[in-house]
Design a binder for this molecule. Structure first.
Ligand code: SF4
Ligand code: SF4
Length: 134
């Protein structure tokens, strides 16, 4: 899906949904890039954290298809670096929630090998369920 950017997308339902779910003001971000420069796992992402914010600002729902929103580890490094007070982990969580509500399935219990489930700490399993399942 490729979102056509217009005044309707910038002021549209998707932007309001993300702002309400995350409690963040998307337009506070001035695209300085400090979050992306400091993210410890940016090399694993398909778009930069600051690009995810930009896409959300513009109402580009394509951001829901990016791996970045699932890879973000909520480590808070970007929160400490952001000069505008944007809480990016909350924003990523909101994007994941919206993606999950749209039916994106990131984890199927049946795909987990039983021997792995036996070895994983329970907290890791529960954390994974909360992050990747609706
Ligand atoms: S550090 Fe903050 S203001 Fe700068 S690009 Fe990231 S979210 Fe936007
Ligand atoms: S919270 Fe997410 S986006 Fe921010 S620095 Fe950590 S992994 Fe990167």
């Amino acid at each position: 899906m490729r979102t056509q950017i217009s005044i309707d997308t910038v002021r549209g339902y998707f932007v309001r949904q993300i702002e309400e779910t995350s409690g963040q003001d998307l337009l506070a971000c001035n695209q300085c890039g400090k979050c992306s420069a400091g993210c410890p796992i940016v090399a694993e992402m398909d778009i930069l954290p600051s690009q995810a914010v930009r896409m959300a600002q513009l109402g580009m729902e394509d951001v829901l298809e990016s791996t970045t929103i699932w890879i973000c580890a909520s480590c808070l490094t970007c929160v400490a670096r952001c000069p505008k007070g944007v809480d990016l982990p909350r924003l990523m969580e909101a994007l994941r929630q919206v993606a999950l509500r749209k039916g994106v399935a990131k984890l199927d219990l049946n795909d987990l090998p039983p021997e792995l489930v036996k070895e994983l700490p329970q907290l890791a399993i529960i954390g994974g369920f909360r992050k990747y399942m609706r």
